[in-house]
Unconditional design. Structure first.
Length: 95
């Protein structure tokens, strides 16, 4: 489980979650696959997949007009960071 909270209008990860998320994003931004990013962060690929699925669930919920749900906010934030890291890596690799 990853955790964080809104502080003064900005998302902040808990200390432990920040280390995991940071490791994932660092490796993905270099162009690695999610499997390698999960291994680098010390979690299983299935855990990372579960977390991103929860983030996608929250995105769909909000897209349908639902109010943001606290219990899924961290997963949604992680999904956004992963997508950005992968897009940035793709741009860097393709020029």
């Amino acid at each position: 489980m990853i955790k964080g909270a809104m502080v003064k209008g900005q998302w902040q990860w808990s200390k432990e979650s920040a280390a995991i998320v940071g490791a994932i994003i660092k490796v993905l931004s270099l162009g690695a696959y999610k499997r390698e990013a999960a291994m680098h962060a010390g979690i299983s690929e299935s855990t990372l997949r579960s977390w991103t699925n929860k983030g996608a669930e929250e995105r769909r919920h909000q897209a349908k007009g639902g109010k943001p749900r606290k219990r899924l906010r961290a997963y949604f934030e992680l999904l956004l960071l992963i997508e950005k890291a992968m897009a940035d890596a793709s741009k860097a690799l393709t020029g």
